[in-house]
Design a protein around this ligand. Structure first.
Ligand SMILES: *Cc1c(COP(=O)(O)O)cnc(C)c1O
Length: 369
């Protein structure tokens, strides 16, 4: 694969497989993994990630929408592909054609799906307290009724719920997670006689840090070596699988009392050596990193000066010797002893590692190493 050495991402598929294996070693033996590869596998390349995980035995996949599901099928991904979110009913023919499993996200959605008289493969989403999608778990009778009806008329093979604070350590969150699981289990018990194949609630965080009495984990962020939350440490051996690199396009000297970039937000107090990096917010390099973030060059941190532009930004390299135009810089990843992860970057701008990697745009070539 060709790579334009302007701004590019290197993805280590072996590390993703290793993360999967280490994660598996840290949970109960009989628990299966559903690999969550939505949003282009959190920016890592869905087809590449799924293909390598398929080789090590993964047979279940979760995506956010039907187009992502079709992409996987067309690339030869086998097994169960669950669409976690909304698919317009106008696309239901594709769900059948590609043997996709669609989440039923509301009562109305269930009724509409039932009225098509098609044997759509599906799982029912239960809302146990997140208030996003799913049947309200408090209405146990209605949930049971709909599950049984869908079981009869559609091809229903599971139910699931999603936990909204499973990644938090405080007592309140732990209590809330327990309550969510209990609410879900009330429903699971009611329909036990149906022996549905897939009954699940665990995401990455739940699988490691909560009691999972079901036999499936929907493994997303930890597959990619990032943390669900800063508070928790990942098991030994799980590491980020993605490095984002760019180069120095230009180096110049800037004199005292000059300003750098749009809005003139950075003013030099002394003479500085400034380098320009040909990556910008159109590549997904967050503009909030303006005057805040840093990159790594030859094992040293170089702070961002001025605003991130659409396609470029500037860094202070006054203290870094022996650098030249064309030299590689690390936007995410390791450089000698220094490491800058997507989680570290997220912390600087009050977001989460998930968003950092998902936002790396299509303009940035992915290289598989
Ligand atoms: C994205 C998603 C997951 C994966 O969550 P991680 O925190 O990345 O493990 C699991 N379940 C649902 C419903 C999701 O939307």
């Amino acid at each position: 694969m060709s790579c334009l050495r302007r701004s590019w991402v290197e993805i280590n598929l072996k590390q993703i497989c290793k993360n999967y294996q280490v994660y598996k070693e840290n949970i109960k033996k009989d628990v299966d993994i559903m690999a969550v590869v939505k949003a282009n596998a959190y920016g890592h390349g869905d087809v590449q990630v799924a293909s390598c995980l398929q080789e090590v035995g993964v047979k279940q996949w979760a995506v956010s929408n039907i187009l992502e599901a079709i992409r996987l099928r067309e690339a030869g991904i086998l097994g169960e592909i669950l669409v976690l979110g909304y698919t317009p009913l106008t696309e239901i023919a594709s769900v059948l054609e590609y043997d996709i499993t669609q989440a039923i996200i509301s009562e109305q959605y269930a009724q509409e799906l039932l009225s098509t008289n098609l044997k759509v493969k599906c799982q029912i989403a239960i809302d146990s307290g997140m208030n996003r999608i799913g049947l309200n778990a408090e209405n146990v009778d209605l949930c049971e009724h709909l599950i049984r009806k869908c079981y009869e008329k559609l091809n229903l093979n599971g139910i699931f719920t999603h936990l909204c604070v499973a990644d938090n350590n405080d007592l309140d969150s732990i209590k809330y997670t327990k309550e969510q699981i209990e609410r879900f289990n009330v429903i699971a018990e009611r329909i036990q006689d149906l022996q549905l194949k897939y009954i699940h609630y665990a995401n990455s965080a739940t699988g490691l840090w909560h009691r999972n009495d079901k036999n499936l984990v929907r493994l997303g962020i930890i597959l990619y070596g990032l943390k669900p939350n800063y508070e928790n440490n990942l098991p030994q051996g799980i590491k980020p699988a993605l490095e984002w690199k760019s180069v120095i396009s230009m180096i110049k000297t800037v004199y005292p009392n000059e300003t750098i970039g749009y809005g003139r937000t950075f003013c030099t107090k002394k003479q500085m050596k400034i380098a320009t990096i040909p990556t910008g917010y159109a590549d997904g390099y967050n503009r909030l990193l303006s005057n805040k973030g840093f990159v790594l060059i030859k094992g040293k941190r170089a702070p961002i000066v001025g605003r991130i532009c659409m396609d470029q930004f500037m860094i202070d390299v006054s203290d870094i010797m022996d650098i030249n135009e064309g030299d590689e810089v690390v936007l995410l990843g390791g450089s000698k002893e220094e490491v800058l992860t997507a989680d570290d970057m997220a912390l600087l701008i009050d977001t989460i590692g998930y968003e950092i990697v998902c936002n790396i745009s299509n303009r940035v070539p992915r290289v598989y190493v």
